[in-house]
Design a protein around this ligand. Structure first.
Ligand code: ZN
Length: 269
């Protein structure tokens, strides 16, 4: 069976002389018998101008892209990639809103600004005073609020994060789910406290604390003493639920320090 084109050995895709003549006089001069498609040899009369315009356009476009990249690196979302990891030993970078693995950055309270809230445990004086008043009120209701942890220096937080994490065979990334990296803990502000139930010590630092009388009492009364739960279930920071961890928000300075956290909490889901 022969193909319909078997009678013609020439390339069927070549333009006919008639169509070539429509492409311009140079195409006609090149001759109809050439093997090279005429369209590829002929150049439009305006080609030099077109090339100049294309070059100008691509130069402007390139300049615009370089400019946008520069702005992005200096101020925008690309900036974190220019700066080194904020915590040595933890391979994680800041998100665009300044969080590290969900945790917001916090300064360390000056040692001179702290007051005892329990033996060897300190808070800012206004937070300590309010907590002690709350503790007395709870005791009057038969509830024993104990202080498990209060102010922690950034250095102590570094030890808790890396050394305790290593003891527990946790990678820094998985450790960050249960402990804030140094420089990113509310405890460093002197306004945060981990609360236990003296009658239910087995629930200390466990989500089962939410079943304790102490937690029920705090839920009902802590706001009157300007304490709030920092990391409720499904919090916007993406930090694990910590029913035992409460922050003091009863002073201007405390409110200022926790404003970024409040801003996140106000965001709609
Ligand atoms: Zn805590």
């Amino acid at each position: 069976m022969s193909s319909p084109a078997s009678g013609r050995k020439s390339r069927p895709s070549l333009p006919s002389p008639a169509s070539a003549s429509r492409r311009g006089s140079s195409a006609v001069r090149a001759g109809a018998g050439s093997d090279i498609p005429l369209a590829r040899r002929s150049r439009p009369v305006s080609a030099p101008q077109a090339n100049w315009a294309v070059r100008l356009r691509s130069t402007l476009l390139g300049g615009l892209l370089v400019g946008l990249l520069g702005v992005g690196l200096a101020t925008g979302p690309l900036r974190p990639w220019l700066t080194p990891a904020p915590v040595a030993g933890l391979n994680a970078r800041l998100s665009s809103d300044g969080r590290l693995l969900g945790h917001l950055p916090y300064p360390e309270a000056p040692a001179s600004s702290l007051a005892l809230v329990a033996p060897e445990l300190q808070l800012r004086p206004e937070a300590a005073k309010s907590f002690l008043a709350m503790q007395r009120a709870a005791a009057a209701n038969g509830v024993d609020l104990t202080v498990i942890s209060a102010f922690r220096s950034i250095e102590l937080q570094r030890h808790l994060f890396f050394d305790v994490g290593a003891e527990r065979n946790q990678s820094p990334q998985s450790r960050a789910k249960v402990s804030a990296p140094p420089g990113f803990s509310e405890h460093s502000t002197g306004y945060a406290v981990d609360v236990g139930d003296g009658h239910r010590p087995e629930t200390n630092l466990s989500t089962s604390f939410e079943t304790s009388p102490a937690f029920a009492w705090l839920e009902a009364n802590a706001a009157r003493y300007h304490f709030q739960l920092s990391f409720p279930k499904h919090n916007h920071q993406g930090v694990s639920y910590e029913p035992w961890h409460w922050r003091y928000v009863g002073s201007t300075e405390a409110l200022q320090q926790f404003e970024p956290a409040h801003r996140l909490a106000r965001q709609l889901p």
